[in-house]
Write a protein that binds this ligand. Structure first.
Ligand SMILES: C=C(O[C@@H]1C=C(C(=O)O)C=C[C@H]1O)C(=O)O
Length: 387
């Protein structure tokens, strides 16, 4: 089916129609279910009618074709890699929409963990310094440098249990089954794009500070972040790139001048909620392809930043820094950045965290920022050793 016929298809989920049924994870099937939450909504799937693995630019057409062959109301959901080279999108047999996911108290796992930073902290510090040299040399304005933590438990990781503990740790809690019995899971605070009819919303984040358990220190950190010239510059680069990418699709685009402060349980972020009205009903995946990778996860200019991070990080990001979400046959959908996330299999997890490097960044500070970002998952795992 051609994408132009998208709007004639039945919507799978007008947001207002999400039933208020209390969600539970009992329907979650490790290895096959996709879970994706947004404020007030939980998407949980069972079974697999189709699997779409394609580069991001091809996905709008590939998804439209797959959903044209599926029963009315079907959707495609899953993840797309950072480099946009491939996807793991599932057309499920069964979809349940329910209300906000409740905080669940689960049995604390008595697992013992070994934790290995990849690369070492020293290597990360050197990479940040090299990025700063590129910025001083004038070839880059910003690059996001990530690192990983490899965790090994003395018992198999219970994905359902971990998901229950990630509730409330980010705007989008998610789990996507991947090949080879791997699961991508996390609690992302960052909305890349949502589309409902012609209405679009994006909420980029850039500029971060770790939360403190002391209320006074916590408030001071938030105020410092809001005043920080370096962080506001880092944030502005993202907002400008997103506004430029969305403008051609919109009759109206509202870009607030001032960022707001967004708290997660572990971090403060500078956030801007951008809303717009589309000229045509362009599919959410086309908008995602136009936006990704934003300077929030890659850098500015994009191509130079992409080359720099590939050379400096040494690791293949895989699905980290990519997209997770869903789209229906009308093109409505919601896509979050796959950050504050991990890939898990058996006894192991690889956690990811990155930080935006701009002029004025301090390597030790950026290292500490990535450590703080790891806490989203580490606290969910009950790991305090690294924190
Ligand atoms: C790269 C990550 O986060 C991104 C980088 C941020 C920053 O540098 O301030 C803030 C939020 C995200 O856009 C991550 O969490 O791994």
């Amino acid at each position: 089916m051609a994408p132009s016929t998208l709007s004639t298809r039945r919507r799978s989920t007008p947001p207002a129609a999400a039933p208020a049924a209390a969600p539970t994870l009992t329907g979650y099937r490790p290895g096959t279910s996709v879970l994706f939450t947004a404020p007030g909504q939980t998407l949980l799937t069972q079974g697999r009618r189709d699997l779409i693995t394609a580069p991001l630019p091809d996905l709008p057409d590939r998804v439209a074709a797959a959903l044209a062959d599926a029963p009315a109301g079907s959707l495609a959901t899953g993840a797309i890699t950072f480099d946009g080279a491939t996807s793991h999108l599932i057309v499920p047999e069964h979809v349940t929409w329910s209300g906000p996911f409740p905080s669940v108290r689960t049995r604390r796992s008595p697992a013992a963990w070994t934790i290995t930073p990849v690369p070492t902290a020293e290597h990360y510090l050197t990479s940040v310094q090299r990025a700063l040299d590129l910025i001083t040399g004038g070839s880059l304005d910003k690059v996001v440098l990530a690192r990983a933590l490899d965790l090994h438990a003395d018992q198999p990781i219970d994905v359902r249990d971990l998901l229950a503990r990630l509730t409330g740790r980010g705007r989008h809690v998610f789990a996507v089954p991947l090949p080879d019995q791997r699961t991508l899971l996390g609690a992302s605070p960052e909305l890349l794009i949502s589309r409902h009819g012609r209405q679009i919303t994006t909420m980029p984040l850039a500029g971060s500070a770790a939360r403190s358990t002391d209320p006074l220190t916590d408030r001071q950190r938030a105020q410092q972040l809001q005043r920080s010239v370096k962080d506001r510059h880092e944030h502005r680069l993202v907002i400008d790139a997103i506004a430029d990418a969305l403008q051609p699709y919109c009759t109206h685009l509202h870009v607030p001048y001032e960022p707001t402060l967004l708290p997660t349980p572990t971090m403060w972020h500078l956030a801007t909620t951008i809303t717009g009205r589309l000229r045509d009903e362009v599919p959410s995946l086309t908008l995602a392809a136009a936006l990704h990778p934003t300077p929030a996860i890659c850098g500015t200019p994009t191509a130079t930043a992409r080359t720099a991070l590939t050379e400096l990080e040494l690791l293949d990001r895989g699905f980290y820094g990519g997209l997770v979400g869903w789209t229906d046959a009308t093109g409505d959908g919601e896509w979050a950045l796959t950050i504050r996330c991990a890939e898990t299999r058996g006894h192991t997890l690889r956690l990811w965290a990155g930080a935006g490097i701009v002029t004025g960044s301090d390597p030790e500070h950026e290292l500490a920022e990535t450590s703080a970002k790891f806490r989203t998952l580490l606290q969910g795992l009950g790991v305090t050793a690294f924190v």
